[in-house]
Design a protein around this ligand. Sequence first.
Ligand code: NAP
Length: 292
Amino acid sequence: MTILDGKKVSNDIKNEIAVEVQKIKDKGEKVPHLAAIIVGNDGASLTYVGSKVKACERVGFESTLVQMSNTTSEVELLDKIKELNENPEIDGFIVQLPLPPQINEQKVLLAVDPDKDVDGFHPTNFGKMALDMSTFIPATPFGILELLDRYGVETKGKHTVVIGRSHIVGRPMSILMGRKGFPGNSTVTLTHSHTKNITQITSQADIIISALGVPNFLKAEMVKDDAVIIDVGITRVTDETRPRGYRIVGDVDFANVSKKASYITPVPGGVGPMTIAMLLKNTLLARERHNI
Ligand code: NAP
């Protein structure tokens, strides 16, 4: 069994990006600049955004954090997005989800300039991805592709089962694994909460990508020998023995599933760090596009 070490690979990617940034600096050009908007003070969201800003510093990017209060109106947020769209200093930006209930998420995603949409959530970019055109691939699926690529995990002709059909993970993942090329050329089954007999489906899978957010959902009896297991799930579970009062748990019963798997991602240290590395990669790409 091989651990797909997202922490190590994401560090490699960050080192590679830092080299590119140094080259940009040596030429006296403007370094990539990522901005993040966060609305409200949800603990997990603040942690994610904080990690993104820290990652920017680590590779030499400029970063801007825009913090808006929980009572921000939709109009105020759309105005801020317009400002970032029009600011030539900003190469790319993200709006951290979820948003408070008074704000329509779809309106927000549509307002982001597709050329600055480094999350790859805008329908223009999602459509391009589905049509195999060059675009920003959403960071989590992009990170999973990169892990499979760097470990040389064969995907061609394999049966990939994706659990969860969210717009940011499951749905794009199912499209990407089924597309022509590597990683891809898989036969894909996309499952969700209405899927019947899910164990029957997962136990036939060569590759399982689990993105539902239910701790320890995927058990050893749902997995065949030598399957490749990608655990996207991140759930905070109360744990008074930890200094923070919680621990992070994935969708996969790692202790038992890892005994059967050929490759498996741990949680934490698997897909999570890859997501941030690929956001940086998309920002570098955005800067290149703006300089063409
Ligand atoms: P989401 O929007 O909540 O979607 C969950 C999906 O799982 C839905 O499609 C849902 O089906 C499906 N589902 C729920 N219960 C199910 C069940 N019993 N059997 C089969 N399918 C079921 O989730 P998300 O945003 O994709 O996130 C999923 C998990 O990944 C969360 O733990 C999240 O924190 C984590 N995540 C991690 C990263 C990372 O960087 N590692 C990034 C993003 C998300 P329906 O569509 O029928 O409701």
